[in-house]
Design a binder for this molecule. Sequence first.
Ligand code: ATP
Ligand code: MG
Length: 589
Amino acid sequence: MLLRMSTLLLRTLREDPADAEVPSHRLLLRAGYIRRAAPGGYTWLPLGKLVLDRVTEVIRTEMLAIGDQEVHFPALLPAEPYRISGRWTEYGDDIFTLADRKGAEHLLAPTHEEMAALLVKDLFTSYRDFPVTLFQIQTKFRDEARPRAGVLRGREFLMKDAYSFDLDEAGLQAAYDRHREAYQKIFERLGLDFTVVHAMSGAMGGSASEEFLAPTPVGEDDFVGCTACDYAANTEAVVTPAPAAGDLDAHPAMEVHDTPETPTIASLVELANTRGLGGRRDWTAADTLKNVVLTVRRPGVEESELLVIGLPGDREVDLKRVSAALAPATVEVFTDWAEQTELVRGYIGPQILAKLGVRYLVDPRVVPGTAWLTGANEPGRHAVDVVCGRDFTPDGTIEAAEVRPGDPCPACGTGELTMRRGIEVGHIFQLGRRYTDAFSVDVLGPAGKPVRPTMGCYGIGVSRAVAAVAEQHHDDRGLVWPAAIAPCDVHLVAAGKGPQLDAALDLGGRLAAAGLRVLVDDRTHVSAGVKFTDAELIGIPRAVVVGRRLTDGYVELRDRAGGERVEVPLDGLVERLVDEVRAARGAGV
Ligand code: ATP
Ligand code: MG
């Protein structure tokens, strides 16, 4: 393949586009890989399409290698199966819905669990047909609340989604492990630094699930690691170790105190210590029980619900963790205080919540027998020795509190948590029978009795992966593609016109004939300096500069990543580059 810059649909940009917040977005735009076409919708320009195709091919090869079979579902689907599974309402505003000319409701699929389950039901009837795994690489649609950072979060994006069907748990576990391993190979081949973390399963339903996160400061997912063991989890999925329950009778009776002007935790702690509330002057925020009021909306339910969350006062509520815990319901901070007469803002205590019929969930640290300083449900008053299990009984626990670096590791108990940010590039789930139940997918079992298959699903954000690689592989001059997914193997720069241009085109022709992907900068109206700058911006692993020393039979070889430049004889260069590229491909990079 030989691409000529003189005719390529490409305009590199000198300036950073105003609306590009993150490096990958900025560079993919500036280097002419993508172009914004719609809100959350991007056109892949020729160079971008080459990268996207190479990423796709790596993924396809590894999926086929573990025996997955490729299919292609329609993206435009009738509402009915999604109504049956419940996801028509659960996905809420995140799905694009539309009506056809007869008024029948449709959607643009956000993922295809329903279709996969229905297809297997349609074609397979016996236990002998299993296990089977289907995959596709297809455009997905989601009406994201905040499309951002170019192809990192689009409303239309390319996903690889796979669906496994097994007859028992052991089969599902094996399919899950197979995909986990294949994903590791894929992301290694793509040149991505990644971490596999425990995850929440969100709106998909199901149990075990892990995400593949590419660490970078611009990622939208926070995740933790441990200083002592290999525990890693999305902060959404971090489980707070609960202390042992204490003795309910070990505390004095609850006592209410006047605490004027103490609507915040800090003001309360200060007053409690000044006054010596409960005979103590060592109060800290962690001794107080903070009660945060949220509004919860369940998909498809008109009325919203009040929810109060109780947590130690030294922690903030992390709304992302709350949302993950309550998905598919959505939550927001309660603001309608003018309408609220029963809850006293700044002085809420859990003592009255049961009587008011308000749901109360607590942080796992709030166990029976713990005593708290908390609101007394009257303006300017708080209560001490409010004991969980005696003075109030929560409706359950919730992982709502922020996770902080230095928190104890829930896995080993000895290490401390460290925190980083990452981009979710893949997600694997053990779904179970949610969808096979929804569509009564039953097949004949070995004993003549029907068996219901159990499902796993496995996603990779293909277009997002391109941006994630760009995020991890760039410098201040431009992109630095790993060889495995670079749009071309070699970037030839004709530094001058005449013989240098002729030689560059000749070399390009011979490299292309030898099977290499070549981009040749044959533009005659731009300076050599501009060509060098563009080559660095575009980020192809090696450049060959055909310049002044051509007269002696030499060209310059430039390594984009390391920056090395060496003069090499033109003679034998084709063989040398072919060997280099083959070696890189053979090594799977
Ligand atoms: P996120 O939490 O980032 O919204 P998700 O958990 O909703 O993603 P999944 O349903 O797990 O996404 O989809 C599988 C994969 O598709 C994700 O791991 C991610 O790489 C990719 N993906 C999801 N949403 C988008 C999007 N809006 N744009 C690009 N890629 C996406
Ligand atoms: Mg996910």
